[in-house]
Ligand binder design. Structure first.
Ligand SMILES: Nc1ncnc2c1ncn2[C@@H]1O[C@H](COP(=O)(O)OP(=O)(O)OP(=O)(O)O)[C@@H](O)[C@H]1O
Ligand SMILES: O=C(O)[C@H](O)CO
Length: 577
C-alpha cells in the first residue's frame, strides 16, 4: 500500500474515533452552583491573549483572509441598508405625477401618507420622505427608544428623519417590550389610517421589532395584559412565531388589522424581513398581511407551552370566546369559501419585501466571488442552538479540507464517509454535500479557497451569567470545536489550511453587547491556552464577549456599530489551502 493511502486510512481512523468521542462529550452542560460563588458574574480577566509564533510567520495571509471575511460581511450588510433598498424600490416619474413602487404605478397628487414601525424604519422613512417631497401629507413612525439620538451620535444622519419632517416620530419599546409610548404611537397610527379615503395612498414601512413597537390590544385586554403575555410566552420556550400568532389574534392592528382599518385607501407595505422564510404574517405580526391563524391555534400554543394558567385570564377568555364563534379564512371549509370576496378584502393592498437575509447573503456571495473565492450560499434558514451550529461549521471546515485532500487522484473518496455521516446528523443533506464538493473541486482547479455563506437566526439558552450574544458564542464554540476536531496525529495536514469563521448580526448588535459578532481562526484557542485563559470556562458561562475582549492582538470582535438594518445573522466560513 502506498504512503498516501496509509495516510488516508489513518485519517479515517482518527476521524471516526473523534466522532465517537464527540458523542459522549457535552459542551453545553453548565454548573450554575459553581458560578454562584463568583461575585462579579464574570470570569476574572487573567491577561491578554497573543498570537503564537507559528501564526506570526503567516501573518500576511492571516490578515488578508480576516480582512476578506470582514469585507464579505460588510457587503452583505450594505446590500440591505434601508435608504438603498427604498431607492431601489421606489421612484418618482420625471413629471412628478406617478410613484413607481416595484414596477407598480400610483398616480399621486399630494395625497400620500406614511406609517411605520420597526428597528430599521427610521432610515426607511427618511428616504421615502426625501423621494416624495410635497406629495407626503403626513406620517407617523414608531421606532426603538433613543434611536434618533444614537444614529446622530454615530454620524448616520441619513437614518434620521429630517428636522422639518412631516413625519412624527415616537420612540418606545425599551428592551424590545411593548410599552406606553409604543401604544401611543399605535393609537396615533390607528387614528390616522381611519381618516383616509379612496383618493389616498398609504405607505406602510415594516421591519423587525415592529410587533413591540405597535401594541394595540383589543379591549378589554389591556397593554399590561399584553406585556405579561409577551413575557410569559418568551420565557417559556415560545418562538417568535408562537408569540406573533398570539399577537395577531388579540390586537387591533396585527394580523391584517392595519390594512383592514386603512381601507378604502390604497396600501403599499415595504417590508424588511427579519424572520426565517420571510413569512409576511409573522414579520411584525403581519399588520398588512392576511392572517393564517385562529384563536383555537392560540389556545393550542398556550397549551403546548403549558402557560395557560400564567397568561392573564382576560386573554384566555377572549380567545375562548372567539374560538367558539369565529372561523378564519384557513378554517373555513374551502367548498364554502367565496374566494372572490376573500380576495377583494385584500385587493387594495400590496406587500413588497424589499430586503431580506437572502438579499444579504447574495451580496456576500458576489463579494466573495470578486475576492477570488468559490462561494456557496448553503442556507438562509439556519436555526437551533448556536453551539450546535458551531459544531456543524467545524465539521463543514473539515469536510472541505477532506474534499481538497481526497481530490488528489490516488486517494479515492473513502475519507468522506465518516465526515458525511457526521454532517448529515447535524442537518446537512446529501445534495448540499455534493454542492460543497463541487465548489471545492472548482477551488482546487482555480487554486483558490471555498467560502460557505449561511444566514438565519440561532438561539442561546443562557444559563451562565457572562456577557455575550448568539454570534459571539457561535464563533467561540466554533474555534473550540475546530481545535478539538483537528488535534490528532494528522494535525499537520490540517495546518496546511487557513480556516476563518465569522458569525455576526446584520443589525450590528449581538445580544446585549457593543459587538455585532466575532471572527475566529485556528490560532485563537492555542493562543488563549498558552496565555492561561481557558476558553471553555467562558463558553460555559455564556461569557464570549468578555473572552473576545481579551484577544488584544488579533481583533476578533466585529464592531460595526448599529447598522440601521436588521435581516437576522450571517455566517461566513473560508477554507483555503
Ligand atoms: N450572555 C449571553 N451569551 C450568549 N447569548 C446571549 C447572552 N445574553 C443574551 N443572549 C442572547 O441574545 C439574544 C437577544 O439578543 P438580540 O437583541 O441581538 O436578539 P433579538 O431580540 O432576536 O433581536 P434582533 O432580532 O434584532 O437581533 C437572546 O436570544 C439571548 O439568547
Ligand atoms: O417584531 C417582530 O415581531 C419580530 O422582530 C419579527 O418580525
Amino acid at each position: 500500500m502506498n504512503t498516501s493511502k496509509n495516510w488516508v486510512r489513518s485519517l479515517i481512523r482518527s476521524y471516526t474515533s473523534l466522532c465517537t468521542r464527540r458523542l459522549t462529550t457535552s459542551l453545553s452542560v453548565t454548573n450554575c452552583s459553581q458560578r454562584k460563588t463568583r461575585r462579579t458574574g464574570q470570569i476574572p480577566v487573567r491577561g491578554s491573549v497573543f498570537l503564537p509564533s507559528s501564526a506570526r510567520n503567516n501573518l500576511m495571509d492571516i490578515k488578508a483572509l480576516r480582512q476578506d471575511v470582514k469585507d464579505i460581511f460588510d457587503a452583505a450588510v450594505t446590500a440591505v441598508y434601508p435608504p438603498e433598498m427604498i431607492r431601489n424600490t421606489v421612484t418618482l416619474s420625471d413629471d412628478d405625477s406617478t410613484l413607481i413602487i416595484d414596477g407598480h404605478k400610483y398616480k399621486i397628487d399630494n395625497n400620500v401618507y406614511v406609517v411605520g414601525f420597526g428597528k430599521a424604519v427610521s432610515g426607511m422613512a427618511r428616504t421615502v420622505e426625501d423621494i416624495l417631497g410635497d406629495h407626503l401629507v403626513k406620517g407617523i413612525i414608531s421606532i426603538p427608544h433613543g434611536s434618533q439620538e444614537l444614529f446622530k451620535s454615530i454620524h448616520k444622519d441619513s437614518l434620521c428623519v429630517s428636522e422639518n419632517s412631516k413625519i412624527t416620530v415616537y420612540e418606545g419599546a425599551r428592551d424590545n417590550m411593548p410599552d406606553d409610548n409604543a401604544n401611543k404611537a399605535a393609537m396615533a397610527i390607528l387614528d390616522l389610517i381611519q381618516s383616509l379615503n379612496d383618493n389616498h395612498l398609504l405607505i406602510v414601512l415594516i421591519s423587525g421589532g415592529g410587533s413591540a413597537l405597535l401594541p394595540s390590544p383589543i379591549p378589554p385586554i389591556t397593554l399590561s395584559d399584553e406585556l405579561e403575555m409577551t413575557k410569559v410566552v418568551s420565557t417559556h420556550g415560545g418562538s417568535i412565531h408562537d408569540l406573533n400568532v398570539l399577537r395577531q389574534n388579540i390586537e387591533i392592528l396585527k394580523g391584517g388589522g392595519l390594512a383592514a382599518k386603512a381601507k378604502p385607501a390604497k396600501v403599499v407595505s415595504l417590508i424588511l424581513s427579519d424572520v426565517i422564510e420571510d413569512k409576511l404574517d409573522i414579520i411584525s405580526s403581519g399588520p398588512t398581511s392576511p392572517m393564517h391563524s385562529s384563536p383555537r391555534q392560540c389556545l393550542q400554543i398556550l397549551d403546548r407551552l403549558q402557560v395557560k394558567d400564567k397568561v392573564p385570564p382576560v386573554i384566555i377568555e377572549t380567545l375562548e370566546g372567539k374560538a367558539s364563534k369565529i372561523k378564519t379564512s384557513r378554517e373555513i371549509d374551502p367548498q364554502h369559501l367565496n374566494i372572490s370576496s376573500f380576495e377583494s378584502q385584500w385587493d387594495h393592498v400590496k406587500n413588497i419585501v424589499i430586503g431580506s437575509n437572502c438579499i444579504a447573503t447574495q451580496a456576500a456571495y458576489l463579494k466573495a466571488n470578486t475576492l477570488g473565492y468559490v462561494p456557496l450560499v448553503l442556507t438562509n434558514t439556519l436555526q437551533g442552538e448556536a453551539k450546535k451550529a458551531a459544531k456543524m461549521f467545524a465539521e463543514l471546515a473539515l469536510y472541505v479540507i477532506y474534499c481538497f485532500e481526497t481530490l488528489r487522484p490516488d486517494e479515492g473518496n473513502a475519507t468522506l464517509t465518516a465526515a458525511e455521516i457526521q454532517l448529515i446528523e447535524l442537518g446537512i443533506n446529501k445534495i448540499e454535500l455534493k454542492r460543497i464538493e463541487a465548489a471545492t473541486t472548482q477551488a482546487q482547479n482555480s487554486k483558490s479557497g471555498v467560502c460557505i455563506i449561511c444566514g438565519g437566526e440561532t438561539i442561546v439558552n443562557v444559563s451562565g451569567n457572562g456577557v455575550g450574544g448568539r454570534n459571539q458564542e457561535m464563533a467561540l464554540a466554533f474555534a473550540m470545536e475546530y481545535k478539538k476536531l483537528t488535534s490528532n496525529e494528522n494535525s499537520k495536514y490540517f495546518d496546511k489550511f487557513h480556516v476563518e469563521f465569522l458569525s455576526a448580526g446584520t443589525d450590528g448588535q449581538d445580544g446585549p453587547t457593543d459587538a455585532a459578532g466575532a471572527v475566529v481562526n485556528r490560532y485563537l484557542i492555542p493562543a488563549a491556552l498558552s496565555s492561561k485563559v481557558d476558553p471553555s470556562e467562558y463558553l460555559l458561562n455564556n461569557d464570549s464577549n468578555t473572552f473576545f475582549k481579551l484577544v488584544t492582538t488579533d481583533n476578533c470582535l466585529i464592531q460595526t456599530g448599529l447598522t440601521g438594518t436588521n435581516v437576522m445573522d450571517i455566517q461566513t466560513l473560508i477554507v483555503k489551502p
